[in-house]
Design a binder for this molecule. Structure first.
Ligand SMILES: O=C(CO)[C@@H](O)[C@H](O)COP(=O)(O)O
Length: 215
């Protein structure tokens, strides 16, 4: 089963309510929200007030990707504002295990994120604790970039570890995902596809979701 999570970063912000409705109507499974602080990544995006308003108009689970320094200071607020899944970068804290506990204590599903430069084995000691691993397939911070092939090594590792240890975490990929790159990610073991540009620049969003699910 492949799940689709359109990334709101690529939406038309002047028509956000319609854009979110189109995500619902497309058959997508999650709404992916990228939170950037201009410090951990060189860009700014949305805050928790925005999330709280989005939560009022969608019933889709909201998948929040925190690209923040000191994420521990923001987890509770994002949980209270409507996040269903919160994912934190392993590179953002020396205390990734504690962050996972913090997310779960807030009642959310817990995810960990790898940038393309971090080997997946850095997560060995927490993989039994997480609901989702997000492998960035571009360097985080911007939409519209090209897929980095070498990240497949991590996806394969995560899929193999999951099988060997009889675990259930989702393997999500994010960045440069289109029908072609989705296929190779699925073959490597990914089962959640984040699609920003591919989804929001498509004239037939339901069609792109069906095609991504059918790869
Ligand atoms: O987290 C990020 C960027 O940091 C992603 O969610 C992008 O928003 C994906 O955009 P596309 O590559 O699909 O345009």
């Amino acid at each position: 089963m492949i799940y689709i999570a359109p990334s709101l970063l690529a939406a038309n912000y002047m028509r956000l309510e319609e854009e979110i409705q189109s995500v619902e109507q497309s058959g997508a499974d999650y709404l992916h929200l990228d939170i950037m602080d201009g410090h951990f990544v060189p860009n700014l995006s949305f805050g928790y007030d925005m999330l709280a308003q989005i939560k009022k108009i969608t019933s889709l689970p909201i998948d929040v990707h925190l690209m923040l320094s000191q994420p521990e200071n923001y987890i509770e607020k994002f949980a209270q504002s409507g996040a269903d899944i919160i994912s934190v970068h392993v590179e953002s804290s020396p205390h990734i295990h504690r962050l996972i506990q913090q997310i779960k204590q807030c009642g959310c599903l817990a995810g960990v994120v790898l940038t393309p430069g971090t080997p997946a084995h850095h997560l060995d000691t927490v993989l039994s604790e997480v609901d989702l691993v997000l492998q960035m397939t571009v360097n985080p911070g911007f939409g519209g970039q090209s897929f980095i092939n070498e990240t497949l090594i991590n996806i394969q590792y995560l899929a193999e570890w999951k099988k060997q240890h009889n675990l259930n975490y989702l393997i999500e990929v994010d960045g440069g995902i289109n029908v072609e790159t989705a296929q190779i990610c699925k073959a490597a073991g990914a089962n959640v596809l984040v699609a920003g540009t591919t989804f929001f620049k498509s004239h037939d969003r339901a069609n792109i979701v069906s095609r991504l699910k059918a790869i």
